[in-house]
Design a protein around this ligand. Sequence first.
Ligand code: MG
Length: 282
Amino acid sequence: MSSEEKWPIGVFASVDAGLGVQWDVIRQLQVPTIQLHAPAPQSRNRETADRLRKQLEEMNVTLTAVFGGFEGESYADIPTVERTIGLVPEDTRQQRLEEMKQIADFASLLDCPVVALHLGFVPHELDDPRMSGIVEVTRQLCDHCKNLGQALHLETGQETAEGLLQFLGAVERDNLHVNFDPANMILYGTGEPIPALRQLGPHVRSVHCKDGTWSDQPGKTWGQEVPLGEGDVDIKAYLKTLDEIGYTGPLTIEREIPQEPERQIAEIGAAVKLLRELKAAL
Ligand code: MG
């Protein structure tokens, strides 16, 4: 891929367990970029990194971000997400910080300049007593990434655009940015994605192309994730808005149905086609 190309299409991929498409599917989809779900702890070593790097080179695919995830996380329902995801739960925070640092080290072995994660449910008020600990752990992770020449991207969804802006301001680190996921705003019921994208504008440094429908009880129960173009994210308006805010980075497709790999590949294939058409028409 030429790094000059605007909006290179990508997919979210996994090498072992994870939400992304399996490794051999990358070739099949013929996309120029991927984001990678960090492999299991025992695979985060130089040997695996060398192998993956070689394979990516052969496929002419650029790795644009490594996403961290942890044992014990569950997206079963919104209260479970609040309890189990990311660096927010206090009893696992220190251990997960260490693990995220290892993931950043692994990303560095892959020459990947971006590490990303779902930080978890950040409290909505800055004076919440839990806030200082969450700000502090995020700073520590940012500083570790900074030493490796990396940025840290926070996946959107669990908080409103305003809440996220407030949090970014509180952390005060210039390598902390946003991975914008329009469907998550809808699935979690935290706001209309297009205005949120405008609001977060300059902080958005990577994006997911994912679609979803609103829940009848937004914020209480999940909306539903659906194939790109079939949900409540207006994908055409999404791309137009990305253009307006000056975003030129990859468009990484996510379709979180790893339990149905064939359907996943077919629907991601259709999403690649849709994005190519919309890109050409803009
Ligand atoms: Mg996402």
